[in-house]
Design a protein. Structure first.
Length: 62
């Protein structure tokens, strides 16, 4: 199986799980102070980029 196909499947599964976890945690954060909410959503909105980048680098490697 080519690396790109594996990377796409891993990304789709991982991103789906990440979204589910982020939504569950967001429900816990919503009653808190707006600063805590803002920090959570900034982190949760960008944290997926590092694993995705590593996966793309791995898929593009020869």
């Amino acid at each position: 199986m080519p690396r790109i196909l594996i990377a796409v499947l891993v990304f789709l599964a991982g991103f789906t799980a990440y979204i589910a976890i982020a939504i569950i945690l967001a429900d816990l954060v919503l009653p808190l102070h707006w600063v805590v909410q803002a920090l959570y959503f900034i982190v949760a909105g960008t944290a997926w980029a590092w694993p995705a980048r590593a996966l793309m680098v791995w898929a593009a490697r020869r």
